[in-house]
Design a binder for this molecule. Sequence first.
Ligand SMILES: [Mn+2]
Length: 454
Amino acid sequence: MISEAVDLIQNSKKLIIYSHHDSDGIASAGIALFVIKRLGLNYEIRIRNQLSIEDITGKEEEIYWFNDMGSSKVNEMKNIKGIITDHHNPAIMDNFIQDNGNKIYQFNPHLEGLDGSISQSGSTTTFLFSMNIIQEVIAVSHLSVIGSVGDLHDKKFGRLVETDREVMNLSKEVGIIEPKNDIRYFGRSSKPVSYMLRFGNDPKINSLYDRPDAVYGLLERMGIPRKMANSTRWVDISEEKRKNIINELLYLLEKEGGEKNRLTGEVYELKTEPISSVLKDARDFSSIINATSRKGNPEVGVKLCLFERGPVLEEAMKLYSDHTETLRKASRFLDEMQGKVMGIIHYYDFGSNLENNITGTIATRIITHKKIPKESVVIVMADIEGSKKISGRISLDLSEKLDLSLIFRDAAELVGGSGGGHRNAAGAMIPNGKEYDFIKNVNKIIEGIIKPSQ
Ligand SMILES: [Mn+2]
């Protein structure tokens, strides 16, 4: 079956690449593009938040390659000839789909009995399939790592696991990725150390989180004066000083009863980037390409994936700081906003006050930052052209009991919308005005599965 899928790509006259708009999707697009350019194929690339009806209705002369998306819509596809390399929950559990004029080869970890939300990202899936087309794709194996950490696949265990890990190891063997044991806070190579410690939140240190004076004080005691703290990145600091800071943070966590064991873990650096590069840390790389897409220029992110620098990197960094600003504004708004509660659901309707492509980011923030019970379902909504865009998140513990992608799918269908995603992170699109019914449906389904604890 793989060889037939490979043939389909190799013999295509016009190849349309669809890819998801987050960093995993952009990294997947980078991998697919690397392959297509080597093969010299005629292609077009389309980055999408969600697939529309037109997107999933095929044209005779076109071959399609869906990356990090497609599986949750495969039951609605018509006349599509092509490939899906995805890790979202598939609507049809089959490797080969040929109803409705389709001829689709679907590659998805869920079909192999793996949990796609943690073991194999979209970019890892694209990479593994691509290895069957052209071995040279190993030159962009780091994109699989970037996509995997972008989807937080390293969050649960503090390191990548299963298939994501196998590809990471492969990338290490060929001298591209270098795994290190270090602090797991975001911003090691793209943010000043003062920022990294101020907003580091996994684990959260209450005496430092968003307390700039406390952060500067700590760094000063460690021999890093305020001015330097605003210009030096974590990766620039000597190993000895880093060790001392980590010990200090561990001491604070111990005192506060925080999650000490989450502070350090595996992080991934690119050997191919100079130490001065903001792209040195895979997670930072991932955040930067994510920002290019959220700010409407995903092609900049794809170019970064394919080694373009100079003005491309400059443009990316501009978008990155814009995106950081948007998130800062949304967080401030969020601080003042009270969510509504139904059962274990905490829901927030931002209406038109939120850029509708960051509902997922905000939902993640709420589940990490806001003081809500450990077993909660967070739902964030925003307006989008007559519809409601909905993102949901649940804690990892709760995702062992609930599969949010299935709950969202069923609850959305009942109100004339559609939904899907992962066990712990899902999305839906429903008609405007149906949001309360949707929440009620979600609540009802959840109550049917678990009894809410008091
Ligand atoms: Mn993904």
